[in-house]
Design a binder for this molecule. Sequence first.
Ligand code: RIB
Ligand code: CA
Length: 306
Amino acid sequence: MRWIIDTDAGVDDAIGIGMLLALGPLRDQQVSAITTVSGNVHVSQVNVNVGAVLDVFGADVPIYAGCDRPMIEPRVHAEEFHGADGLGGAGLSKTSRRPQREHAAIAMSRLAEQHAGDIGLIALGPLTNVALASNLDPSLPDRIAKLVIMGGAWQARGNQTSAAEFNIAADPESAHVVFERFPNVIMLPWEVSLDQMMPFEVFERIRAGASPRARFFAAMTRVVYDWRDRFGFAGVPLPDPLAVAVALDEGVIVRELKARVKIDIGHSIGRGLSSLDYRHPQPNTRVVVAVDADRAWQMIERAWVS
Ligand code: RIB
Ligand code: CA
């Protein structure tokens, strides 16, 4: 199985990317491309952050730069969580790697045609690139074996607004298009990462590692203590890594609901809401509502401490 990772790296994106780079080959899964999108930070900064993660894993994976703004919404970023540079403001955001000339959406279409049925897409940021790619190439959704999305809030416990999760709220129109067009979606909603946080004892053990990867992890995750102080978190919410854990091994899923996910693209309090329609005749989304989090933490530790 091949994967395209679409990301707005961000600290938790970086942890998830490292998981797939390190553990994918052990499961006959490889990262064919990393596409970047505006989200946590500007896409130009995401390009640098992805390069930095590829450097620390010594991975030969092409980067394709994507959309620098949402379809309709003005740009929104999340530096207050991920630092001004997107990797915790720890001075890690530097690399000599540069993105390819091909746009992310074009690369998605080309790779899906080349590897139809044997390539998946993991979306860890706003869905702008994925929606654009499906507009450019209407056959794309049927060529993608599975689309794993970190995004949405199945119980409407939002983190960007009262009702909407950041990746969806940043570009609701693109999310609407994607959830309507892709036939095989697995959605890892925000609430799971709130209800199943990494224990600080595990977090500290990984941060204490001596390897270059562990030192990188420790540096970029200093911001987690700000999250704890600001929100009183009893653990570490890691949404993107949970989505990657599900992509690596669906055995991580403990409970899921089948539904059609409807995105509110109105302009009231519900904008960006991801509502589960259980009555729809074509439920195209498996909404993961509980995972075996300990297995996900083991994956993170194995990927980042070695
Ligand atoms: O709401 C959490 C999501 O928004 C994660 O993907 C995080 O990286 C941010 O992009
Ligand atoms: Ca992300």
